[in-house]
Design a protein around this ligand. Structure first.
Ligand code: COA
Length: 210
């Protein structure tokens, strides 16, 4: 999607930025991991295919993605953005007949960043962005039956199990955002700042203290 091509979202532990060409080599390295391929149900791609994928994330109207950066590291402008990457968070509009439905995916690719609340933080940031900018009102997550951490995380975020597919060994969890959930989510995330990404890149440490 082009809507977030110049959007930076600043949270507590992270900043979310659009997926750009400069992120592709590290992303490609991550996805060589058999563990991540399994947990995210992904096929390995060549570097060239990953560049095509990055372009399609940018261009296609049915998907929106952000790269997750470690905010502390990103504030240090001596580091390349690629050195601050932690994972990604995505939504797909899966049903052309229902543009208010989106599938959510999150990956904390760097193991040392897991279990610190970042998965929950970025999922909620993406949900808030999708509610306010994309008109989404219902979220789904499709998760491998063995991935108890991810299932646990989405349940903590009030998602409920709606179906299990034994063939794909996958559970679908869903959350319909009513008025009450929406108000609470937006209230809890009132600290999140939306900024101009390109401008922010040139004065990183000042951006986060503003
Ligand atoms: C699944 C994943 C997104 C969770 O993100 P995270 O940053 O590690 O999780 P958080 O620290 O935000 O914890 C969120 C919830 O997950 C669950 N959780 C986290 N670590 C856990 C662990 N080691 N064991 C069991 N549950 C765990 C808990 O319910 C936790 O909520 P709580 O802290 O309030 O108890 C992340 O671990 C990840 O990306 N793993 C690899 C790829 C993957 O599995 N992606 C999901 C594909 S569907």
């Amino acid at each position: 999607m082009k809507i977030n091509e110049n959007t930076l979202l600043e949270g507590l532990q992270v900043v979310l930025v659009p997926y750009n060409k400069q992120h592709v080599p590290r992303y490609h390295e991550w996805m060589k991991s058999p563990e991540l391929q399994l947990l995210t149900a992904s096929e390995p791609l060549t570097l060239e295919q990953e560049y095509d994928m990055q372009q399609s994330w940018r261009d296609d109207d049915d998907k929106c993605t952000f790269i997750i950066l470690d905010k502390q590291r990103w504030m240090d402008s001596s580091l390349e953005e690629e050195q601050c990457m932690v994972g990604d968070v995505n939504i797909f509009l899966t049903d052309p007949a229902d543009p208010s439905l989106a599938e959510l995916e999150v990956m904390i690719a760097e193991p040392r960043y897991r279990g610190k609340g970042i998965g929950k933080e970025v999922t909620r940031m993406m949900m808030s962005y999708a509610l306010t900018h994309l008109g989404i009102g219902r979220f789904q997550a499709k998760i491998g039956l063995d991935n108890q951490v991810s299932i646990g995380m989405f349940k903590k975020l009030l998602f409920e199990e709606v179906s299990v597919c034994q063939v794909f060994k996958e559970v679908t969890l869903e959350l319909t955002v009513d008025k009450c959930i929406r108000m609470k989510l937006l209230d809890d995330l009132a600290h999140v700042k939306e900024k101009d990404y390109r401008q922010s890149c040139s004065n990183r440490h000042e951006v986060c203290s503003q």
